[in-house]
Design a protein around this ligand. Sequence first.
Ligand SMILES: *Cc1c(COP(=O)(O)O)cnc(C)c1O
Length: 337
Amino acid sequence: MHLARFPRLSFGHFPTPLEPLTQLSQLLGGPNIWIKRDDCTGLATGGNKTRKLEFLLGDAQEKQADVIITQGATQSNHVRQTVAAAAKLGLKTHIFLEQRVTTLGDDYQHSGNILLDGLLGGEIIAHLPAGTDMQQAMEHHAETLRAQGFKPYVIPGGGSNPVGALGYVACAQELLWQSSQQRLRIDHIVHATGSAGTQAGLVAGLHASNSGIPLLGISVRAPREKQEQNVWRLAQQTLELLGVEGELPRESVKANSDYVGEGYGLPTTSMLEALQLLAQHEGILLDPVYSGKGFAGLIGLIREGAFRKGENVVFIHTGGSAGLFGYRQVITDSLAS
Ligand SMILES: *Cc1c(COP(=O)(O)O)cnc(C)c1O
């Protein structure tokens, strides 16, 4: 495996820190919890998409793209980071947003990530109803631009294709290197999983390194079976892109969908508890859509006794705090109750 064979640009501050959550570990009385700070990747409030974009926009540049097209939910962290990275290259991003959440009012519709999209110079082409075929909408727009002589580069939702997943193969390598440097035996890795690229890249990287570290994705949207299948398929494609031979064992992909609640982007009590615990005991901001539900999953599993005392569990903080401002009312209410 040789990542330097792939075109790559530099957008983030790496390596991101790997730190102990001392207070919270003590409070919960379970395993030692560590946090990998991918919320601190440094690009316009950071997050996990920055790693993917180093490879995706590297590919776009090699293909001489002159405009970027991508899509996401109204409060998409992926869209925000894409617009920021493209701005550094002097490229415009054409954005397609999906109204996946309609019940959260004005802040959700106008503050947080969507505010930053505009500030960073992104151009919202359409804000479409939930359930729209977003990939098709982007392809159609790309066709129109090509007919006008442009060279658009289409990035799928979440940047989740084999090229994007390379960013998390690199993260797996970085984490294994840090564990060696810090003499930290990692017993489990936990993180939030959505469009599957983060988990697929990590699974591929951990598998190709023969690390034996179990990884669990806490789903924020799809049921367990579907999520595991999506991750497995993308991880297998990523290994093929890397030239790693053999089939990825299906058992190396594990997801848990018990913390989704009523649906994507919809608040849950356990998410709001996780937000407050991390903020008030560690000074760390999670987000309402991904890392908050992911950490709620970790807390739930610790309370069920899923980990032994003395084990080291690494939570990968995938970012998203800009989204907090879209959830102002829900958070204010939870602080008052
Ligand atoms: C996109 C995102 C995730 C999920 O990553 P995927 O690669 O889409 O599975 C997790 N956390 C945050 C904050 C995100 O923006």
